[in-house]
Design a protein around this ligand. Structure first.
Ligand SMILES: Cc1ncc(COP(=O)(O)O)c(C=O)c1O
Length: 382
């Protein structure tokens, strides 16, 4: 594994602007909550356990209670099928490199969260991009085209790294396509690394697809408290898989990075997951009402925006039609008006050109109305 990773474009951009811009209109997570609000969701026993917690190391796999609570969020897993990580980022970092070796072929759909491709590229495997769309311009549709995917499979294809609901597009395949995709990969010995961090806040719950671990014996489902749950400060992520040998490999890799999760965060994650329907219902409602507001607001600017609601997750990737181009518009918005959006170029990749007339907007926060008002003010002043 080479340690020479390229700059992580999205995280570098956020590092510059996330806490400097006044209006964060491209947040990738749902609204967070305070420590006391989360503790209030727990039982008296939970709060007592948190108060009395001994701040020593915890098991690399995660505490038995954490693993069992995570296992209970799936249909088919036991606690032994779970391995904790420090956020989804660490899980992706290892899952995208420990199962492959130079000479292997890896397929990664795009646009994507950059580590899915940069990590295996740095590890020396051949990474091939798979476009998550068909058509272009006004006719573009996000899609998982199985025929196109099947045509890319080689005898050396070892792994595919997917992310549904997708960041940045909000795309989610339909149930049949997702089942067929997993079956195709499993039958051919291709590991599906499935980043499911946005699963659970689909405004239409019928669009929530199965976790890969529940439909594919060799898949690895990655999840975290950061996005749908809105608790990124906990930094607790995990991998769920029925392939315990694969989990063992990942556990040994984790000894080189975080070693174990933070004990207080593990306990708080247990409280969050035990109250998942309360938290996810709240966040789903926030996304739904922001989506309605953005739909209505952008409809007043038909010459500037072509907006479609996300199928899942709390981000989406509308078109910008203005003559200045999306990059100049986003730069002007953040530099001169304090409104942060993510222009398509942040998702540019060596895997191939992406639709470059798009920008990412976030629908998960309760202050989207204010950020949107600031954005409209900026549009009207130009
Ligand atoms: C699709 C996707 N996967 C993984 C991550 C990393 O999540 P975490 O902050 O939990 O490490 C992000 C963060 O933006 C993301 O958008």
């Amino acid at each position: 594994m080479s340690t020479r990773l390229p700059d992580f474009e999205l995280e570098t951009y956020f590092s510059r602007w996330e806490f400097a811009a006044e209006h964060h209109l491209t947040a990738s997570d749902a609204e967070s909550m305070s420590l006391s609000a989360l503790l209030a969701l727990g039982t008296e026993e939970d709060r007592e356990a948190f108060d009395q917690l001994h701040l020593g190391y915890t098991p690399t796999w995660g505490t038995p209670l954490l693993r069992q609570t995570i296992a209970d969020t799936y249909d088919t897993t036991e606690s032994e099928d779970i391995l904790g990580f420090a956020g989804a980022g660490e899980a992706i970092f290892w899952a995208m490199q420990v199962f492959t070796e130079p000479g292997d072929h890896v397929i990664v759909p795009f646009p994507n969260y950059q580590s899915m491709e940069s990590v295996p590229v740095a590890a020396g495997v051949e990474v091939e991009g798979f476009e998550l769309w068909s058509g272009e311009g006004a006719d573009l549709e996000w899609t998982l085209d199985l025929e196109r995917f099947e045509a890319m499979i080689r005898p050396t294809t070892r792994l595919v790294g997917v992310n549904f609901p997708n960041n940045p597009t909000g795309f989610v395949p339909d149930h049949e396509t997702w089942l067929a995709f997993n079956a195709m990969c499993h039958e051919r010995g291709i590991i599906v690394v499935s980043d499911e961090v946005y699963r659970g806040v689909e405004t239409n719950p019928a669009n929530t697809i199965a976790a890969a671990v529940d439909i594919n014996p060799s898949a690895l489902s990655i999840n975290v408290t950061s996005k749908a749950y809105g608790l990124p400060g906990l930094r607790v992520g995990w991998v769920a898989s029925h392939d315990r040998e694969a989990l063992g490999k990942l556990e040994r890799a984790k000894h080189y990075t975080s070693i174990c999760n933070a004990g207080p965060s593990e306990l708080l994650t247990v409280i969050a997951l035990k109250n998942s329907s309360t938290i996810l219902d709240r966040n789903r409602q926030i996304v739904a009402s922001n989506d309605a507001l953005v739909t209505e607001t952008f409809a007043a600017y038909p010459d500037l925006f072509d907006y479609s609601s996300p199928v899942g997750g709390c981000v989406c990737f509308p078109r910008y039609l203005g003559d200045d181009g999306v990059d100049a518009m986003c730069r002007d918005a953040v530099e001169n008006h304090g409104v942060l959006l993510l222009p398509a170029r942040i998702y540019q990749t060596d895997l191939g050109p992406i639709p470059n007339d798009r920008f990412r907007i976030g629908l998960g926060r309760t202050n989207v109305d204010q950020s949107l008002a600031a954005f409209v003010n900026f549009l009207d002043q130009r």
